[in-house]
Design a protein. Sequence first.
Length: 474
Amino acid sequence: MPLHSAVALICATVSLFVIAGAEDPYRFFNWNVTYGDIFPLGVRQTGILINGQFPGPDIHSVTNDNLIINVFNSLNEPFLLSWNGVQNRRNSYEDGVYGTTCPIPPGKNFTYILQVKDQIGSFYYFPSLGFHKAAGGFGGIRILSRPRIPVPFPDPAGDYTVLIGDWYKANHTDLRAQLDSGRKLPFPDGILINGRGPGGASFNVEQGKTYRLRISNVGLQNSLNFRIQNHKLKLVEVEGTHTLQTTYSSIDLHLGQSMSVLFTADQPAQDYYIVVSSRFTNPVLTSTATLRYSNSAGPVSGPPPGGPTIQVDWSLNQARSIRTNLTASGPRPNPQGSYHYGLINTTRTIRLANSAGQVNGKQRYAVNSVSFVPADTPLKLADFFKIDGVYRIGSISDNPTGGGIYLDTSVMNSDYRSFIEIVFQNDEDIVQSWHLDGYSFFVVGMDGGQWTAASRNGYNLRDAVSRCTTQVKL
Ligand SMILES: *[C@@H]1O[C@H](CO)[C@@H](O)[C@H](O)[C@H]1NC(C)=O
Ligand SMILES: *[C@@H]1O[C@H](CO)[C@@H](O)[C@H](O)[C@H]1NC(C)=O
Ligand SMILES: *[C@@H]1O[C@H](CO)[C@@H](O)[C@H](O)[C@H]1NC(C)=O
Ligand SMILES: *[C@@H]1O[C@H](CO)[C@@H](O)[C@H](O)[C@H]1NC(C)=O
Ligand SMILES: *[C@@H]1O[C@H](CO)[C@@H](O)[C@H](O)[C@H]1NC(C)=O
């Protein structure tokens, strides 16, 4: 049966492509990025606003839309925006991270040209330079299915973006200075929900109706748990993949992850707590928002519901239960042109180990011992203008070296259409999130201990989710 559906899906994609052709719609955005006062935790701090908003405006789009986003940098520092989860097909120079793109100088503008080709789902954008993310500049991205493509659940009565993240009262320049003086990030001061502190945000619903929440963890460091008092959450989408529709009483979102849940307002008409709390921390940070029934008879009552705190296995089991719904529509091609990733032989194995330490008195983070430093010329420009000597291919090893941290412009090559197995190894005592910019991968396995070739026997080679961000547990 999966084979049959897969063939049908390929046909659908091909014919739609022919019909749509060059006619894919354009959406234009003009964004002015400024500093402005914000008070998310009750004290004034300098935030980064987009068109005066914190968080920034949502991007609403439909599969295959062209997004033309003209960003004016009115800060006094270079600025870049990165589009978490938007795939870069031969346009990685639109990715908006140091190394591939020139920063937008203060007072200048740059127009990003992106196409959300063959994509659906929930994602977000964020500023990628200078710790700006600690001040704002992030917002939701949603890509709706094209009108004739079936979505595996009825249209919800409402569709909300929910941006959650840990937060500091210190501004981004102060936090940056702490890292540059060799210290790690301090414990956060709170958790924000859509830019508001405890009790600040609210979501309106009508009794009996079903709503979609597109939740993203836009914070700096902490895994978070999300739940709604007396309401169940049905997971339906993870970073562009329609999942098996499993019901949970609460859901973990690790840093950088996005997912969609449905819930039905099926409880007595009053207000309820929406709770977000930190995972694997002591103390546990908790924040709330309000779910407000339109016919609400009264305010929230009772204590906010508790959730998992330090339980690692709970998180791992939940992560393993997130699977692709193989019969639901949704683009999920891979470059080999096959929907059956489990049947493709991998051509290379890369093992990446993270580490942290001090180099030249600064707090640095490394992959296989290399802590990335941007080259003077962005790498894609060096390629385009054929400038030699900007970087060395192979300046990072395919395997952990066991050596100390050193600085380099790490560049790893790969062959066109190769199918690569990447093992992320975390020997540190905090959860790591790994994100592949402009691309997705299948999360086939996750476990404690060291990876060995025998770990392959436990891979999910059938219905793993294709996504762009995965956590690696402590
Ligand atoms: C951006 O906003 C600032 C502050 O309001 C204003 O001075 C500037 O002219 C705006 N720039 C653009 C391009 O709109
Ligand atoms: C951040 O706060 C410090 C004082 O703690 C101040 O000197 C600095 O100018 C602030 N940075 C911004 C961007 O507002
Ligand atoms: C900057 O904005 C102007 C006015 O909208 C536009 O014409 C120009 O193309 C933009 N420049 C870049 C590099 O995006
Ligand atoms: C998978 O998607 C199909 C097709 O839309 C739907 O009928 C089915 O209920 C979904 N199955 C699960 C377990 O989510
Ligand atoms: C994968 O490798 C095996 C063993 O070398 C081979 O028999 C098989 O045909 C290969 N499969 C594909 C899809 O290339």
